[in-house]
Design a protein around this ligand. Sequence first.
Ligand code: PMP
Length: 360
Amino acid sequence: MSETHRIINFNAGPAGLPRPALERARDELLDFDGTGISVMEHSHRGEAYGRVHDEAEALVRELAGVPDSHAVLFLQGGASQAFATVPMNFLHAGRRADYAVSGGWGEKALAEARTVGDARDVLGLDREWTRIPAEHPDGDGAAYLHITSNNTLEGTQYHRWPDAKAPLVADMSSDILSRPLDVPRFSLIYAGAQKNLGPSGVTLVIVDRAWIATARTDIPKIFRFATHAAERSLYNTPPTFGIYLLRNVLAWTRDQGGAPAMEARNRAKAALVYAAIDAAPDYYRCPAAPGSRSWMNVVFRLPTEALDARFVAAAKAQGMIGLKGHRSTGGVRASLYNAVSVDDARALADFMNDFAKREG
Ligand code: PMP
């Protein structure tokens, strides 16, 4: 496809992938590494796939700065399965888990924890969820404190980590590797791959090995993080092709300069789109409180639902897709994950400025 007709993908997830990662997959599809067969057709216990598996783990360790104290796991079931497996492993009978619910996904995580044991929302925000509170509960006495680092639906994000007294657990599905990460601060991080890391079907988990040693053993083996850590995610057949593509995406991320380069790009992209909002604040209404605005998901509404729809359709006619807000929130959402370039964000900002002038 020529540059002038390219599609700019603002999908919220599965999201756009870096083109070089896809081209590499295309080039290697029928003959992986001179083996004469596709990577999908290799045994997960064979040498050829083994190298991919090792490289994927090494790239996560390098890019996210994961120390040896923490295991890197490639699992299945999405972040939604982790909503269940985190309490299954760590919410011991007689203990309580604290959930800092700052959006709809955090609410779902809490609901799953409640099927396991005593779990409570310690923020008590109203259901508009427009901010991350500056005064943050520390989870003192809890089995763990759970946060959602970026609220994909509401367009808010943590820009400072809470000082936690309990083991800190984070759902980082929609902002992992968007910026440098202080892994030792966290006992467990989980993220569906389909935004910043690769295709759907792989869930990345980074978990403190010492904490795993304290986990419950009265649950099925397949749901124990300990099982997967002991077997380096090869206890059963992992999603090999998804992990292969994740490897390609992370190799691209490293080539771009890693997490610091992603942060610089993501800051620049978000600044462009929020500037377009702030230039027409009566026309583009952004519910997210200024200090809590997400760099990953920029959420806004036009004065009417009809205008929201017109905006999304007009953008699509110009090759910009994926801007329709989530079915639960409506409005417009521009997801600016790592694979979205600064030029892509500029194209959207220019379109927003023109649209507000023309239609506003
Ligand atoms: N948490 C967050 C923050 C998300 O954005 C999503 C998906 N958009 C989920 C959890 C659910 O992820 P999955 O579909 O991988 O289960």
